[in-house]
Ligand binder design. Sequence first.
Ligand code: LLP
Length: 440
Amino acid sequence: MDERVKRLFPITTTWQPTVQFAGHDVAALARRYGTPLYLYDQATMDDAVATYRHAFHLFYPGQSHLAYAAKAYLSTAIVQWANAKGLELDVVSLWELQIALHAGFPAPRIHFHGNNKTDEELQAALAASVGQIVCDNENELRRLAHFAAGQGRCQPIWLRLTPDVDVHTHEYRRTGRRDSKFGFGWPEAERALAFLSKTEQLRLVGLHMHLGSQIFTAEPYAVASQRILRWAGEHDIWPETFSPGGGWGVPYTPSDPGGDIGEMVQAIAAAVTAESERWQRQVPALLLEPGRSLVGRAGVAVYRVGQRKAVPGVRTWLTVDGGMGDNLRPALYGSRYYALLLDQGGHIADKRPAETVQVVGPYCESGDFLIKRIKLPQARRDDLLLMPVSGAYHLSMSSNYNMHPRPAVLWLQRGRVTLVQRRETLADLKRRDAPWPEEG
Ligand code: LLP
């Protein structure tokens, strides 16, 4: 298999005679658990963690921590995996927090984010004693101080700063510019410091930024890190921890850039070290909070081929049994994907003549496409279509559009398959409903 395709699939993939992940035959899993089906290969996630840690070891002289941004994909199993691997956890809503706590994740290693934290969220985060609350705006600071006083606590916080650094990614994924809805701009950050200097209930221990997501160039990280630490130096508030967020990109198609994690860590490490020296301070602990680059490649979506419709001279539609309900990314961002066609027995169907198709789903929407244009072997009903790099921002952004149940999720380890999320059932879909009260 071509190296540029290999790097899109889990590291445990074997291709012959049938496609397998961690020794498990995809076609057999699809028969047993149904489709659409999501597979997570743990070895690929472990490997991504090891890559980050190795880069820290190579390039950063101070302490370093790795957090998993739970928004990429959250379930009880993945939280427990993150805990077992010694990761920290970034959550961004009351419900993410509650799932994490329910799964037994230790609160001191949780960071609570959000640009519109409700009173209930702030109180819940305080009551759970989460490690850090990442404060986003002045109003939040005031409310948090009030609640912390009520609970007789001194809460460690970080400030999320908006460094006004742009990155090259989809408009919807840029968060570091001055006009972002997230974080403190410089004038607001000054006022936050003034407020914090008079507030005993909040202890500023960290500075944070997040520039955006699916970024492939390290330079903006370095520039923004330097800007934030220069600001800290000027204001004499050197952080114990500095977090440049997450956002590092992964390839989705054979022609995408590679996304070398080491390159980004090295650039950040150099900027942080240089700025620490300039201000004659100890290097802060460095905390990265990636989502996609930890779990994206580990996930594979498995679809079953249905209808094929050729419109002569225009295009050929290939319909599979999933689409915008389980993967909104193509419709929302125009994201591009690769796919591999297998016959029912799980063999790569590359002996058949190729054709160019548009891969779509069953949803009642012309925007329901998975791949706008791809050359595939001629597909037959009941073939399998594998979409790699499906581990991040698919299931976490999935819906029940057209009342489709959300897919089952299998966790793959060598010698073991675990159903970590069962497929939704009709009973799940009906659970919240009450009958119409009739007229009058
Ligand atoms: N930290 C913060 C504060 C974030 O807001 C995010 C992502 C991350 C970390 C993790 O970013 P990652 O390493 O996964 O890029 N739905 C979009 C991505 C939205 C990212 C939101 N924030 C997509 O499917 O491309």
